[in-house]
Design a binder for this molecule. Sequence first.
Ligand SMILES: Cc1cc2nc3c(=O)[nH]c(=O)nc-3n(C[C@H](O)[C@H](O)[C@H](O)COP(=O)(O)O)c2cc1C
Length: 200
Amino acid sequence: MSANIFPQVAIACHSGFGHTATLAHAVADGVRRGGGRVSLLHVDALTPADWDTLDGADALIFGTPTYMGNVSAGFQAFAEQTGRRCMEGLWRDKIAAGFTNSGAKSGDKVAALISLSVFAAQHHMHWVSLGLIPGWNGAGGSEHDLNRLGFWLGAGAQTDVDANADQVHPADVRTCEHLGHRVTVVTAQLLAGRAATAAA
Ligand SMILES: Cc1cc2nc3c(=O)[nH]c(=O)nc-3n(C[C@H](O)[C@H](O)[C@H](O)COP(=O)(O)O)c2cc1C
C-alpha cells in the first residue's frame, strides 16, 4: 500500500444487546491494522456529523444482528433513511462489506448478509467478500478456526443468546478483524488505482 493512502472506513452497525457491537470493534481493529482510519457509528443514534462521516468515507462496513432471519429493524430503519442518498448516488463506487451475528449456529443469517449486499448494490457500491476459506469443516478443524461458520459473502458470527457482550466467540472476533483488514487493503488498492488513473 502507498504510504500516502489512509482509507477512511466507517462501520455502520446496529446492535440490540451488544454482541454485534463487540464484533464491530473487532472490525475496527482490523481497519487500523490495515492502515485505515475508522469511525464506528451506531445507526440508531446518528448525528448530522455522523452522516457526514458516512458520506465522506471511502468504505462502509455494515453490521447487523440477525433478527427474524434478516437484518434487524434498527438496521433497516437506517437503510431506509438512506433513500435520498441512494437516488442521488452519493455513495456510488464506495467499497462495502458486511457482518452479522445470530443466536443459532446458522440462524438463517446468510439472508441478513444478502440483504446487506443488496443494500450496497442499490447504492452502486463495490461489495468485498470475506476472503477466507471455510474453517471447522474437516476432521482437523475446530470451532476455533477463522471463519468457523463457513461464510463467503461476509463475516458470519454466532453468540449464545444468554451470553454477555464480552462473551462473543474469539474465532468470530478474529474473523471480523480479518474483514476490517481486508476491506482496508482493498480500499487502498482502489484509491491507488484511481489516483494512478487520474494522473495518467
Ligand atoms: C427479535 C429477535 C429476533 C431474532 N431472530 C433470530 C434469528 O432469526 N436467527 C437467530 O439465529 N437468532 C435470532 N435472534 C438472536 C440474535 O440474533 C442474537 O441474540 C444476537 O446475538 C443479538 O445480537 P445483538 O446483541 O447485537 O443484538 C433474534 C433475537 C431477537 C431479539
